[in-house]
Design a protein around this ligand. Structure first.
Ligand code: DOR
Ligand code: ZN
Length: 344
């Protein structure tokens, strides 16, 4: 059994860093392991312009601890009104790397999202032309569709037609949760990739109901049954460069999670690379972790891989019950559990 694991420094291709006082807790947690991260724009109000993205970037940079290097890769939030001009400005910016599609009402702060994808046609056409990636929350929002089927239905009713209309549009299907999504990405003929979270590789939906209701295991898209987890793990460890690391670390305060209507989101930045190491080791694929965590993402986004390295050591440690988040606290993934890898 290897006792240490040296990886080229990884990146997180999907993270929520929030804003305000929380930045001072969340940015260092990400920066300790990741050189760069694709930063989600679902703030209140959402980040819909390059100007807003640059202001948000400055706030993030101000929260990077002295002596640490971290580069936030910014995104815009797609709305029914995103103009082709704004897309052109985004494509011309050194700091904006994609535009995020939230179906209106699908998840946290998605109220301003796209109501019907046809309404975003001008922006999508411009993105295809400029080569700017579309990062998709891949779920339908129709309340008549069972929540466990919303990703699968999205593939057929939204993604497949979108691919036909914009075959050269670069698409990242974010935080995939089903065997069908993994197959869609594997079989796609164009520039389609997917991110995978640690929780969807480690847990199945039983975790939400383990001896009682477990709000800290609730995220969107919701965890699926075990056969899907296995398919996702197979995709992540397959060596296929279309699959790469995106934590979707999405912290909410303890009070907002442990509530009569708990918010969706799992916080994993406290131990992200360790959690992925755990999943890859369980699949007997530790040797594939570096490509997934450090090489495939930059390749899809047209960026160079990082120069530095990180070292993980085999060491048992217990995840704290909570971490500070601004003036509040957040309960992390695997709180109170023992992990077997630790970032040096
Ligand atoms: O669980 C989630 N939380 N899924 C999302 O898509 C958004 C995120 C958040 O911002 O909290
Ligand atoms: Zn997210």
């Amino acid at each position: 059994m290897p006792q240490t694991l040296v990886l080229r420094r990884p990146d997180d291709w999907h993270i929520h860093l929030r804003d305000g006082a929380a930045l001072l807790s969340l940015v260092p947690a990400a920066a300790r392991q990741f050189a760069r991260a694709i930063v989600m724009p679902n703030l209140r109000p959402p980040v819909t312009t390059v100007q807003a993205a640059l202001a948000y970037r400055n706030a993030i940079m101000a929260a990077v601890p002295a002596g640490m290097a971290f580069e936030p890769l910014m995104t815009l939030y797609l709305t029914d009104n995103t103009s082709a001009d704004e897309v052109a400005r985004a494509a011309a910016s050194d700091h904006v790397h994609g535009i995020k599609y939230y179906p209106a009402g699908a998840t946290t702060n998605s109220e301003s999202g796209v109501t019907r994808i046809e309404r975003a046609s001008a922006a999508l056409e411009a993105m295809e032309r400029h080569g700017l990636p579309l990062l998709m929350h891949g779920e339908v929002t129709d309340p008549a569709i069972d929540i466990f089927d919303r990703e699968r239905v999205f593939l057929d009713t939204v993604l497949e037609p979108l691919r036909r209309r914009f075959p050269s549009l670069r698409i990242v299907l974010e935080h995939i949760t089903t065997a069908e999504a993994a197959a869609f990405v594997t079989e796609a003929t164009g520039p389609v990739a997917a991110t995978l979270t640690a929780q969807h590789l480690l847990l199945n939906r039983n975790a939400i109901f383990d001896g009682g209701i477990r709000p800290h295991a609730y995220c969107l898209p919701v965890l699926k049954r075990e056969s899907h987890r296995q398919a996702l793990l197979a995709a992540a460890t397959s060596g296929n460069p279309r699959f790469f690391l995106g934590t979707d670390s999405a912290p909410h305060t303890r009070a907002n999670k442990e509530s009569g209507c708990g918010h969706a989101g799992v916080y994993s930045a406290h131990a992200a690379i360790e959690l992925y190491a755990e999943a890859f080791e369980a699949a007997g694929a530790l040797d594939r972790l570096e490509a997934f965590a450090s090489l495939n993402g930059p390749r899809f986004y047209g960026l160079a891989a990082n120069e530095g390295q990180v070292t993980l050591e085999r060491l048992d440690w217990t995840v704290p019950a909570s971490y500070p988040m601004g003036d509040d606290t957040v309960v992390p993934l695997r709180a109170g559990h023992t992990l077997h890898w630790r970032l040096v």
